[in-house]
Design a protein around this ligand. Structure first.
Ligand code: NI
Ligand code: MN
Length: 224
């Protein structure tokens, strides 16, 4: 299983011959100018919530690729109004797709679409594929609901660490204990001044806590 980082919370995961893309925000990310959005042809786009820094390139990439969008019901309705059919889900529900299973889980945040439409609740996802379990937290605070994932044998967790809009590094470290997962890919940092982090300092905190934190460069890939 391979993941590639595209900045902010946008990652692809390649599994079972399919490409999943999470939270596309590339063209408006000053750090991701070198990524050609038109080169991305995912089979699925998973959207955690409606904010622009997770959806700005959603329609462009969906139109280029014909990808199936996996999102909460209200975002699916918003997409439907623009002629895009999505696979709608809601918190606590799972579905078996051709690449594996996706369960939509709770996130503590807010959600509206870039045009102000209601975006439903924000969400995270657990993806089960190739015998692995991967948690993509979306934008979220630290929450006790994360303890519900402790028995899922998570192999990797994609966690926000940028603070201000989401949990910062200290709470993300607590989240690792709640979800019982030591392998973390950090996200939602550095794209804007208020979420700039000191990577060295954050890395040291995770190491001290006995955790394996990866902070891939934009366009860098990792195997999961
Ligand atoms: Ni957000
Ligand atoms: Mn965000």
């Amino acid at each position: 299983m391979k993941t590639t980082y595209y900045g902010q919370s946008c990652f692809s995961i390649e599994t079972g011959g399919k490409t999943l893309l999470f939270d596309p925000f590339i063209t408006h990310n000053p750090l991701a100018k070198h990524i050609d959005v038109n080169s991305l042809k995912p089979d699925y786009i998973l959207v955690s919530h409606g904010h622009g820094d997770h959806t700005a390139d959603l329609l462009t990439i969906q139109k280029n690729s014909g990808a199936t969008v996996i999102c909460i019901a209200e975002i699916a309705t918003w997409l439907g109004n623009q002629g895009v059919e999505a696979h709608d889900m809601n918190i606590g529900g799972g579905f078996n797709f051709d690449f594996g299973r996706v369960k939509m889980v709770n996130a503590i945040h807010s959600s509206s679409m870039p045009d102000g439409s209601y975006g439903g609740n924000p969400a995270g996802f657990v993806v089960y594929a190739e015998g692995k379990a991967i948690y993509f937290a979306g934008d979220t605070a630290l929450t006790y609901d994360m303890k519900l994932l402790a028995d899922e044998n998570l192999d990797w967790a994609f966690l926000p660490i940028g603070d201000n809009y989401t949990m910062g590094a200290d709470d993300a470290i607590k989240a690792c204990d709640f979800i019982n997962c030591k392998n973390v890919v950090g996200m939602h940092y550095d794209s804007f001044p208020v979420i700039k982090i000191d990577k060295q300092e954050v890395m040291e905190k995770f190491v001290k806590a006995g955790l394996n934190l990866k902070l891939p460069a934009i366009s860098e890939s990792l195997s999961l």
